[in-house]
Write a protein of this length. Structure first.
Length: 253
């Protein structure tokens, strides 16, 4: 397993906020912009021409996986690559809020044959497109196991240079393990001083059981230059978030 091992120095934000200021823009601090450019270079190096589908996940909720996924999509689109972001978190979807688009119809509606076309939206960023989550299904795993998803991804791979997927936390639900065989790689997000290293290890073991390819880690809220293995983790993290990740209907904006 290779490691990205990048640290992003960010001030703490309210977990419940979904504001456009979290996305990369001309007003983003230089250090943040450069961090994403460096990660972009490393991720491009890891992916060959025919490998372009990458999922972003974390062990638990509220570790910054969605924001990181979106900003990596923006960073790749800035190089002229036609980039698609798919919201595959069918429990607590957030992608549509950042781009101010309707949450449905979306991927789940296409998988369930409720729509014939993939409702992909163009964003305000050049070369960046979004496929929202769609109507929240009663059983996400059943939809994700369908053969229809394989056909959709194969079709999209012909149309886009890169496809980034926002997925639920791997330690909480099994959705990512179900689609692991369809991915070319997984980027794992952790938050310094909050993520339990024991939980991360168990999550990685779960991914290895399904032969998932973990490309590396991105560390959010880094306050120092310590290596990932030297970080201290709060043991109360699992108790705090272990039972808060469930179904949540997004507002149709």
């Amino acid at each position: 397993m290779s490691f990205l091992n990048f640290k992003i120095k960010l001030k703490k934000k309210r977990i419940s906020s979904y504001v456009k200021s979290e996305l990369l823009s001309e007003d983003s601090p230089f250090i943040i912009t450069e961090a994403y450019k460096s990660m972009r270079t490393n991720l491009m190096f890891m992916l060959s021409e025919n490998k372009k589908v990458v999922a972003f996940t974390s062990a638990m909720a509220n570790e910054g996986k969605t924001t990181t996924c979106l900003n990596m999509g923006i960073a790749f689109a800035q190089t002229g690559n036609k980039t698609l972001i798919i919201d595959m978190d069918m429990r607590k979807p957030r992608v549509h809020r950042y781009f101010e688009i309707p949450s449905s119809p979306g991927l789940s509606d296409r998988l369930g044959n409720f729509t014939k076309e993939l409702p992909i939206s163009k964003t305000e960023y050049d070369n960046l497109y979004v496929l929202p989550v769609g109507t929240i299904p009663p059983s996400p795993p059943e939809l994700l196991m369908s053969s229809a998803l394989d056909g959709i991804l194969e079709k999209l791979k012909d149309e886009y240079d890169y496809i980034f997927i926002d997925t639920p936390p791997i330690h909480v639900v099994t959705d990512l393990a179900i689609i692991a065989s369809k991915l070319d790689g997984i980027v794992f997000i952790v938050r310094e001083n909050e993520t339990l290293i024991e939980v991360v290890k168990q999550s990685i073991e779960n991914l290895e059981r399904v032969s998932a390819k973990v490309l590396g880690f991105i560390v959010n809220d880094s306050v120092g230059d310590s290596l990932f293995s030297q970080y201290r983790y709060r043991r109360k993290y699992k108790a705090r978030y272990g039972y808060t990740y469930g179904y949540s209907l997004p507002s149709k904006e």
